[in-house]
Design a protein around this ligand. Structure first.
Ligand code: PMP
Length: 435
């Protein structure tokens, strides 16, 4: 099928709320490592995809999937070693008392279950969420995702959802990455709790990404989650960390991004990279919370934890360890951050460069004092980078943050290519004749 035929068939047969990337959509037919290839064999460096974590079509993961699929795939109501082996491997990456796994099929299913665990264990419904957050596509998750319910087509937060200020060290009310900013932002969480308590409402918990994805690739000020979680726990709430975007070594210094904040959550949710593209998700929690949830209503998930998914999940953990991908995320990520920060001298459009490991944001502004967002410029840059063979995306509530979150096989050479190309594209934006 040629591109026009596929496009026409999509328009005819698929829901129109599904979008395509780029003015001229790409047809992608193959993936390998950090690269995607179009129908003509042209390679594109994939700096968007944090799902194919260990590299597109990784042979060890593909073999694990194919071998198990050729032998057996069924639900979890028979004894099978894959699920327990995988649970042991996953739990070995987590601190105590996180010792019980639930396997699901997506990040949304993981967060949906996390909400049910927290609400069942506490007996109350109210949740604190961070402004700008996205946690998934079900109704319960749209309810706790300001990115959606406060955006186009949204109907705002329901009464049981309380939105904390986005702890944005660059643009937010309190500047900086230090403890002072953390304390001031966390004070807003405490204030929300006090207001709820004054109304006689109980707190089920707080859900937070340890780095904000849809919020605009934001690194939290040091100690923010520690302070916020202390307030939540004092009110009887549970602390849920959404590692769907940032887990599995992406931040480089640690395997889990919550570790960079010095906290141990009560519930951790996982998705995207966990299966390298295979639909897999997980929730890990404490024995006490899992037991409170065992109230007579069975939790069954037809596909969650099946032998094929568990073989895939195990293979992903193998590759992260065997190929040193967490260490690579630290090394290549630091190199990329340095290169991008180096562009700030020549390009006033770059207001901020931030990130941890291979989770990086470049915030574009028209004026470094007023911070006027450069959204149209961001769109143009992403289009021009694509023309030059590099795929990027845009995020943040003001649509002005270039989002960099490549597979962890992304190399320092890939980083150099990206920085040089972005340098040229930014120069061209100011003076098209210069290139
Ligand atoms: N949590 C976060 C932080 C996400 O970014 C996403 C997906 N973008 C989800 C949850 C939902 O995951 P899924 O699309 O696999 O349901």
């Amino acid at each position: 099928m040629d591109k026009e035929t596929i496009l026409a068939a999509r328009q005819a047969h698929l829901g129109p709320s599904l979008s395509l990337s780029y003015q001229e959509p790409l047809q992608i037919v193959r993936g390998w490592g950090a690269y995607l290839y179009d129908e003509n064999g042209r390679p594109y460096l994939d700096v968007v995809n944090n799902v194919c974590h260990v590299g597109h079509s990784h042979p060890h993961v593909v073999a694990a999937l194919a071998e198990q699929a050729a032998l057996l795939n069924t639900n979890t109501r028979y004894l099978h070693p894959n699920i327990v082996r995988y649970a042991e491997r996953l739990l070995a990456t987590l601190p105590e008392p996180l010792e019980v796994c639930f396997f699901v099929c997506s990040g949304s299913e993981a967060n949906e279950l996390a909400l049910r665990l927290a609400r069942t264990a506490t007996g109350v419904e109210d949740l604190i969420v961070i402004d700008g957050a996205y946690h998934g596509n079900t109704q319960a998750l749209i309810d706790i995702s300001p990115y959606k319910h406060d955006g186009p087509g949204g109907r705002g937060a329901p009464s049981f959802v309380h939105t904390a200020w986005m702890p944005d060290p660059y643009r937010g009310e309190f500047k900086g990455y230090g403890r002072d900013a953390a304390r001031q932002y966390a004070a807003h969480v405490a204030q929300l709790i006090a207001e709820m308590q004054a109304e006689g409402r109980g707190l089920a918990g707080m859900i937070a990404e340890p780095l904000l994805g849809c919020g605009g690739q934001i690194v939290l000020p040091e100690g923010y989650l520690q302070e916020a979680f202390t307030a939540v726990r004092a009110a009887g709430g549970l602390c849920i960390v959404d590692e769907v975007q940032v887990g599995f070594g992406r931040v480089g210094s640690h395997f889990w991004a919550f570790e960079t904040q010095g906290v141990v959550p009560d519930i951790v949710t996982m998705g995207k990279p966990i299966g390298n593209g295979h639909p897999l998700g997980a929730v890990v929690t404490t024995r006490a919370i899992a037991e409170a949830f065992d109230n007579g209503m069975e939790y069954f998930n037809t596909f969650g934890g099946n032998p094929v998914s568990c073989a895939v999940g195990t293979a992903v953990l193998d590759v992260i360890a065997n190929e040193g991908l967490q260490e690579n995320a630290a090394r290549a990520g630091a190199h990329l951050l340095r290169g991008l920060a180096g562009l700030m001298d020549r390009h006033p459009l770059i207001g901020d460069v931030r990130g941890l490991g291979l989770f990086i944001g470049v915030e574009l502004v028209r004026d470094r004092t007023t911070l006027e967002p450069a959204a149209a410029e961001a769109t143009l840059i992403v289009e021009r980078m694509k023309d030059a063979g590099i795929l990027l995306s845009i995020d943040g509530p003001l649509h002005n943050v270039l989002k960099l979150k490549p597979p962890l096989v992304f190399s320092e050479q890939n980083a150099d290519f990206l920085v040089q190309t972005l340098d040229a594209v930014l120069a061209e934006l100011v003076d098209p004749a210069a290139v």
